[in-house]
Design a protein around this ligand. Structure first.
Ligand code: PLP
Length: 430
């Protein structure tokens, strides 16, 4: 008898589950719109030219593979904070930013969560409803410890297993949700969001998607961000930004960081997790950072020392390859400009596909339904408003693989497949 007899089967990861099912489907019209990774018009994975160039530079220089310090590559940490806040941001000049290289967005969020658990005991984290992650069926609830934990959280929706929630669950940080998505308008529930942030206990952490909200693709306007900052400030909350798509949403690095910069410009203390998975296509290199913008250089130094202390027993020190790529690309004006052009190209392709999908749907559908939400959403995803049964129809009848919350990845769609997808969506809706 195995000593591991008492360990139950873990539920499959919902996103990987979509990819597995896609692989097993033998239909030649099948379409994988589940995973959030950029594909070319030919639906192939894409390695950016600037990444290849940076890798060549590394070989030419003969860079070694010695350990990095716990906090990561210094040139990366400098570049990433400057990219986020703008090189001339007073917070950087005044040395109020603690930056530690993390294991991409997820690992950086996890470090931030660990900091909250250790030094803000009893504080709650607010997460948008919905957030990054996908619908899980209630069937799995009883077999996973994580779900037992979710069950005892106040205000939870037990059937949702977003990665944000998993991250804070595993860090033993209690969370609840704030309203974000309004199914009636397939838009932002701004009033609900403000009310929920207002009624949370003073000093809560509020997780905000810096741009290109996942999964809805619905972002607040700059005026709305100002109002969100007002309430957060009023309530002494601490914003915790997740920036996974800088440059990828609008095509402009600065525009996509406007939300974070607005909070920092008010002198607020802010946490920001960054990821280079999407904007540099470095998914598997696991490169990102956690930044804590503090009100004094002294507290930034202390916070940084504690972030390192949290990282050390978990993974000792981060990987160097992606950090060097980012540092080389951002630090070299020629490569930096080339990156911006490639990012615009990627963001542009997704925008074209979005427009084409809208055109195809509106030219085929005569039900009078308003589809303008497709064009209003931004970033890699479109939240179609399809419910679980309708999403099942997309997959079972049309071989379109997507997450069951109705999210489709436009990055996995080509212009040529828009007509087909439009037929599938219209059929599934009605
Ligand atoms: N945060 C959000 C909102 C995301 O959509 C993602 C990726 O899909 C991430 C964070 C982190 O991804 P990674 O850990 O690959 O950087």
């Amino acid at each position: 008898v195995s000593r591991f007899e008492g360990i139950p089967m873990a539920p499959p990861d919902p996103i990987l589950g979509v990819s597995e099912a896609f692989k097993a489907d033998t239909s030649d019209v099948k379409l994988n719109l589940g995973v959030g990774a950029y594909r070319t018009e030919e639906l192939q994975p894409y390695v950016l030219n600037v990444v290849k160039k940076a890798e060549n530079l590394m070989l030419e220089r003969g860079d070694n593979k010695e350990y990095l310090p716990i906090e990561g590559l210094a040139a990366f940490n400098k570049a990433t904070a400057e990219l986020l806040l703008g090189a001339d941001n007073p917070a950087i000049k005044q040395q109020r930013v603690a930056t530690v290289q993390g294991l991409s967005g997820t690992g950086s969020l996890r470090l931030g969560a660990a900091l909250i658990e250790r030094y803000f005991a009893g504080s709650k984290v607010l997460i948008s409803a919905p957030t990054w992650g996908v619908l899980f069926t209630a069937y799995y609830v009883y077999i996973s410890y994580i779900f037992v934990w979710e069950f005892i959280q106040p205000g939870l929706s037990y059937y949702l297993a977003g990665n944000h929630k998993n991250i804070f669950n595993d860090a033993r940080v209690p969370w609840s949700e704030y309203r974000y998505y309004d199914p009636k308008t397939v838009g932002l529930d701004f009033e609900g969001m403000i009310e929920d942030i207002k009624s949370a206990p003073e000093g809560s952490f509020v997780v905000l998607h810096g741009c290109a909200h996942n999964p809805t693709g619905i972002d607040p306007t700059l005026e709305q961000w100002e109002k969100i900052a007002d309430v957060i400030q009023e309530k002494n909350h601490i914003p915790f930004f997740d920036v996974a798509y800088q440059g990828f949403a609008s095509g402009s690095l600065d525009e996509d960081a406007a939300s974070v910069r607005l909070f920092v410009a008010r002198g607020m203390e802010v946490l920001v997790a960054q990821s280079y998975s999407k904007n540099l296509g470095l998914y598997a290199e696991r490169i990102g950072a956690i930044n804590v913008i503090s009100s004094s250089p002294e507290s930034a130094t202390r916070v940084k020392s504690q972030l390192k202390r949290l990282a050390r027993p978990m993974y000792s020190n981060p990987p160097v390859h992606g950090a060097r790529i980012v540092a080389d690309v951002v630090g070299n004006p020629v490569l930096f400009n080339e990156w911006k052009a490639e990012m615009e190209m990627m963001a542009g392709r997704i925008k074209n596909v979005r427009q084409q999908l809208y055109n195809s749907i509106t030219s085929k559908d005569n039900s009078g339904k308003d589809w303008s939400f497709i064009l209003k959403q931004i970033g890699m995803f479109s939240f179609t408003g399809l419910n679980k049964e309708q999403s099942d129809n997309m997959t079972n009848k049309w071989h379109v693989y997507m997450t069951k919350d109705g999210r489709i990845s436009l990055a996995g769609l080509s212009l040529a497949k828009c007509e087909y997808l439009a037929d599938a969506i219209i059929d599934s809706y009605h």
